[in-house]
Design a protein around this ligand. Structure first.
Ligand SMILES: *[C@@H]1O[C@H](CO)[C@@H](O)[C@H](O)[C@H]1NC(C)=O
Ligand SMILES: *[C@@H]1O[C@H](CO)[C@@H](O)[C@H](O)[C@H]1NC(C)=O
Length: 337
């Protein structure tokens, strides 16, 4: 009897605990969209995701991860300083030994193409898939300038769409002041694709400069549409008012990342890369962006879309491990010359 009684009260107690837990989860689930609508800045925490500050590395020692690489800082606005790595083309690796920063700067005019790498959200310039891309493209004869936008890595400040665009613009100006006749291209991955087209559009509209080439890897049309498709919003898609409460809050939080509008204005050669099995930003978003660009570009040969088959398993971050990648980029560069 006694054992039975204890058992029953245990049962009752655990079912009460369970109900309380469910109730709390339900309250959280229901309040999050309203909180986001009231405080759209909360949404920025998810979009930029710079609180995910791994890996922890000594940014001043890129040689732990990459050969022939130097670290330096650019002040992009008063109070904002961003960290940058310059990875040399592998072909210049041996002569680079023991050379100082000014020697590295001079190499930018050596006619090897220069990638300004604009990373996606979360992590920093030392994240594994980013370092892999730098190795691959350096091996293929490219310079890579990889920055951490404000609020990421060892860069100061807080991320915002205009802030990221300003940081990338400053790096472009810095490179162009040293690059002579070398080709300079933007490579934007994921969220960074929006930064790439923002800067390219700004350069065109404000300075009449046409960027030599723009590569968009795992891109999207705009942040609102991206948010409607990424897995994290899945549990809210059936929520009454999802569009009003969550998607519309992007604009209230000053986040647009209008790749779709930007490509209508641009005329730079555009190479869009997407894996068929991308689980974060589905390939139809990249394809839609391509269709928009193709429709508005006068010279259709300047826009190219490359889909990486599902069987390669490249997903959202690993297009860089496809051995075809350097040739795809080089062939496109040749075709537009
Ligand atoms: C640098 O290059 C050497 C020789 O190719 C290689 O063994 C080493 O792993 C490289 N270091 C890094 C950090 O990639
Ligand atoms: C760039 O090309 C022009 C024309 O071919 C040439 O006159 C100039 O010297 C080159 N500049 C550099 C820095 O190589």
């Amino acid at each position: 009897m006694c054992i039975n009684g204890t058992y029953l009260s245990y049962r009752r107690r655990s079912s009460w605990l369970f109900k309380t837990l469910i109730l709390h989860l339900l309250i959280i689930y229901v309040s999050v969209p309203f909180l986001i609508r009231l405080f759209p800045a909360l949404l920025a925490k998810f979009v930029f995701f710079n609180i995910m500050a791994f890996p922890l590395v000594d940014f001043g020692k890129p040689e732990l991860l990459l050969n022939h690489t130097v670290n330096f800082y650019l002040t992009t606005e008063p109070e904002v300083t961003v960290g940058v790595w310059h990875v040399l083309p592998g072909s210049r690796g041996i002569e680079a030994q023991g050379k100082d920063h000014s020697w590295y700067e001079e190499t930018l005019a050596d006619d090897n193409p220069i990638i300004i790498y604009l990373h996606g959200n979360g992590g920093n310039r030392a994240s594994g898939h980013r370092v892999s891309l730098m190795k691959v493209m350096s091996g293929a004869g490219f310079h890579i300038l990889a920055l951490d936008y404000r609020g990421y890595g060892d860069s100061s400040g807080c991320p915002s769409e205009t802030g990221l665009t300003t940081d990338a613009m400053c790096l472009y100006d810095w490179v162009k002041a040293r690059s002579g006749n070398s080709t300079v291209l933007f490579w934007g991955h994921s969220l960074g694709s929006g930064v790439a087209t923002n800067v390219a559009r700004k350069l065109l509209e404000e300075k009449g400069i046409q960027v030599d080439l723009i590569v968009l890897e795992a891109a999207y049309t705009n942040i609102r549409e991206a948010a409607a498709h990424i897995p994290i919003t899945m549990i809210y898609r059936q929520f009454p008012g999802f569009e009003y409460l969550i998607l519309d809050s992007m604009a209230l939080g000053d986040m647009f990342f209008r790749n779709d509008e930007n490509v209508k204005v641009l005329s730079s050669p555009l190479l869009i890369l997407h894996a068929e099995d991308d689980p974060i930003l589905p390939i139809h978003l990249g394809r839609k962006l391509f269709e928009i660009a193709l429709h508005s570009y006068e010279n259709k040969d300047k826009v190219k879309f490359v889909a990486f088959p599902e069987k390669l398993g490249l997903a959202h971050e690993n297009i860089c491990i496809d051995p075809e990648l350097p040739a795809i980029v080089k062939d496109f560069l040749k075709s537009i010359k």
